[in-house]
Design a protein around this ligand. Structure first.
Ligand code: HEC
Ligand code: HEC
Length: 383
């Protein structure tokens, strides 16, 4: 393959991508598109409005580290300044080994200048000067990706200077040009009008244009699976975030022998917990297996299954607002109440106690079921 062909290949792969990302509405539109999807998935139903217990807020420093894009109108350009002459020195030192002293390209590295008037030829030479639509992209690209292999090692001042030099190599600015956020706004690249949005119905432009929907974007959300059931969500740590009020998992269980730390706060009924702290702790450690469907603790609500606060001693199918199966309601009408033994039997094999129950659960071992009953019995009634 000829050196020339290789170079055109680079540019074909690289530049359009950079240009598309920089072309404003697609970059921001893309982002809000994601938000819409997320919002629909995460916030669709009221039962899903609480935090999911995943991740954490990004710190301002983390956001700043990602937020480095510069838009076509210059939005995002930092403070700073650099002139063509300073840029030439930086360029010679940091860039010329690959791109050549005058941007002509060393070996098979990309050339950075020339090519004007070649776009309609069989082998167009696409450069900043001949092809790129926005000067802001030159800043963004160099800042983001160059020098190749040592990306983001240049200070804003250095990027202003070296980008000014690249623009100078392309006859876009004069040798006395001083680049900063203000002077950038005035630069127009020769091929600025050479791009048209592909607004055919079948393309994605329509999808990412216009006002993104941020609330109530979907009338009806059907939850078909829970991440925890799919086994993609880590159990334990991080689940007891504000509002979720879910019992802490094994990661946060109290150190051994510290029964008091483990007893749920705000209840007088500590007998079970006091009686068998080890068993309670064992049950607590197993609760992640229920958590995909059941909540306990303060503010616990109904999810796939009813909340389990105070379930020991509770009549079956008695949580208000939960849509029990006919089977469970029938058992309740027959007088089923959850005492420790009944509960343990149910957890070992739900269908043997309530044939036709909607609780789809493979069952616990008898020992684990006993521990779980002890744990649930130790929970305060109101969470
Ligand atoms: C080690 C070699 C190397 C060095 C040093 C280097 N570059 Fe690059 N440069 C590349 C490569 C390779 C590409 C193409 C990258 C790609 O396609 O992903 C590129 C692409 C570019 C482009 C886009 C070219 C186009 O039209 O597609 C610009 C502008 C650029 N570099 C500027 C600079 C500047 C300014 C410096 C110095 C601060 C620099 N480069 C240092 C290798 C280098
Ligand atoms: C995949 C979801 C799911 C999992 C996992 C699950 N349950 Fe259930 N559970 C349900 C559903 C749904 C019901 C209501 C059953 C019905 O109406 O037939 C239920 C009902 C119950 C009931 C009866 C409550 C009442 O008010 O009568 C108890 C007790 C219970 N589950 C405990 C547990 C425990 C403890 C675990 C963990 C060891 C667990 N469940 C795991 C979905 C689940």
């Amino acid at each position: 393959m000829s050196r020339y062909r290789e170079m055109t290949r680079w540019r074909r792969n690289d530049l359009p991508r950079a240009a598309i990302l920089r072309s404003g509405q697609s970059a921001s539109g893309r982002a809000s598109g994601c938000l819409v999807l997320l919002a629909a998935a995460v916030c669709g139903g009221s039962a899903m409005a609480e935090p999911m217990g995943l991740g954490r807020e990004a710190t301002p420093e983390e956001v700043a580290a990602w937020d480095i894009d510069v838009r076509p109108d210059g939005q995002g350009l930092p403070e700073g300044e650099g002139d063509v002459m300073t840029g030439e020195m930086i360029y010679t030192e940091r860039c010329s080994s690959c791109h050549g002293i005058f941007g002509e390209g060393e070996g098979r590295w990309p050339i950075l200048m020339g090519g004007s008037g070649t776009l309609d030829q069989e082998r167009p030479v696409k450069t900043v000067g001949s092809y790129w639509p926005y000067a802001s992209t030159v800043w963004d690209y160099i800042h983001r990706a160059m020098p190749f292999g040592d990306a983001q090692s240049l200070s804003p001042d250095e990027v202003y200077a070296v980008a000014a030099y690249v623009l100078y190599l392309n006859d876009v600015v004069d040798d006395d040009f001083v680049a900063n956020a203000d002077t950038y706004a005035a630069i127009e690249l020769p091929n600025a009008d050479g791009f048209i949005p592909d607004d055919r119905e079948a393309t994605e432009l329509a999808l990412f244009s216009g006002e993104p929907c941020m609330t109530d974007c979907k009338e009806h959300v059907e939850i078909t699976m829970h991440a925890a059931v799919l086994d993609v969500t880590p159990d334990g740590a991080g689940m007891d975030l504000e509002g979720a009020a879910i019992a802490p998992g094994p990661a946060e269980t109290a150190p051994e022998g510290e029964a008091s730390a483990m007893e749920p706060a705000g209840t007088d009924d500590m007998e079970v917990a006091a009686a068998e702290p080890a068993l309670v702790e064992q049950g607590k450690a197993l609760f992640p297996r229920c958590r995909a469907c059941h909540e306990v603790g303060e503010d616990a609500g109904n999810r796939v299954g009813p909340h389990l606060n105070g379930v020991l001693g509770r009549e079956a199918a008695s949580v208000e607002g939960f849509d029990y199966s006919p089977a469970m309601r029938e058992m309740a009408a027959d007088g089923l109440t959850w005492n420790a033994d009944k509960l343990a039997d149910f957890l070992i094999d739900p269908r043997s106690v309530v044939p036709g129950t909607r609780m789809v659960f493979p069952g616990l071992t008898p020992e684990d079921a006993k521990a779980m009953a002890a744990y649930l019995g130790a929970l305060p009634e109101e969470g």
